[in-house]
Design a protein around this ligand. Structure first.
Ligand code: SIN
Length: 313
């Protein structure tokens, strides 16, 4: 019999507040994943007799997500995905760094099976929490034969790991896939795909990264170019031993000249530098600076993950 697995990591979906009207003054990561599943209406109808197992991998506010938790999560994903009876995974996660975890998993897992991250913008104690519906939708998506790769489900939209980004601090549909748009929707319990998704195909250095203690993963920092940018922010990082810098440039990847000089010096000293744009949508056109571009379409925080993997070579 097919089995589905739900891994809990915390977030607002597992958050609690003192009052049902309190939508922002809550504590994330309080309820276990079993409790979250018990609050999902119509779960048995969706499962149609198939079995569901859950496991608590972490319990945190995703602003505090760290590499050791990513490593533990990737290992648990690999374990469950290697079981022949398991058809796919759902992961409950906070919204704040969800796009980073989604891209990390897309880069370190190799599987045809779907891995669906879901979340909530309101705590579980809200008068009308969004978590149970999102979790139900995620379970609908993971069971859909068209689902593959790492996906994010929130507010009825399905996003691919590469494109998804949190774009609003409190709206229920807090995620956008920018110009690419969502790759599908969940409507009345049915999935409608707008675009085919890619299976998760691990980066060549994924196994090495996962076998390395998280404390020893290459240090890669993100910098932003802006008016009055101070080159010391790059210089101090180099002095402190940074191994890679991701530069979120202005517009089409332009960089304040003072910062650019410091980045070129960093590069000459052996620091890997990648350029992306701080714009919320679109990709850099051409080669605007003498800096290597990050993979097209990745925001700075996802480019940081890819550079960390590159640096394991
Ligand atoms: C978190 O990211 O864990 C808290 C915020 C949220 O889930 O919306």
């Amino acid at each position: 019999m097919q089995q589905w697995v739900v891994l809990g990591t915390g977030g607002t979906i597992a958050g609690t507040a003192a009052s049902p009207s309190d939508l922002t003054g809550y504590k994330a990561g309080q309820l276990g994943v079993q409790t979250l599943l018990e609050a999902v209406p119509g779960l048995q109808q969706v499962l149609q007799g198939e079995s569901l197992v859950c496991e608590q991998v972490a319990q945190l506010d995703s602003k505090d997500m760290d590499h050791a938790t990513w490593q533990a999560l990737a290992r648990r994903c690999s374990h469950w995905l290697s079981q022949p009876e398991v058809g796919g995974l759902v992961i409950t996660h906070g919204t704040d760094t969800l796009e980073e975890t989604a891209w990390f998993l897309q880069q370190v897992l190799s599987t045809d099976k779907p891995v669906v991250l879901t979340c909530a913008m309101r705590p579980a104690t809200a008068a009308e929490p969004d978590g149970p519906q999102n979790l139900l939708d995620a379970l609908t998506v993971v069971r859909d034969p068209g689902a593959r790769g790492v996906l994010v489900v929130c507010a009825g939209q399905i996003h691919c790991a590469r494109d998804v980004q949190k774009v609003h601090p409190f709206r229920l549909d807090a995620f956008s896939s920018g110009e690419a748009g969502p790759c599908g929707q969940v409507v009345d319990g049915h999935v409608r795909w707008h675009a085919a998704q890619a299976a998760a195909l691990a980066h060549p250095q994924a196994a090495k990264l996962l076998a390395t203690a998280a404390a020893d993963w290459p240090w890669v920092a993100v910098l932003h170019s802006h008016a009055g940018a101070d080159p010391r922010q790059a210089q101090l990082l180099v002095t402190a031993g940074v191994k890679g810098l991701v530069m979120a440039g202005t517009g089409n990847g332009t960089v304040h000249q003072a910062l650019l000089t410091a980045l070129l010096q960093a590069q000459a000293q052996g620091v890997a530098v990648r350029l992306t744009t701080r714009c919320a949508e679109g990709q850099i056109v051409g080669q605007p600076q003498s800096l290597q571009l990050s993979e097209p379409g990745l925001n700075a925080f996802k480019a940081r993950i890819s550079l960390m993997l590159d640096l394991m070579a």
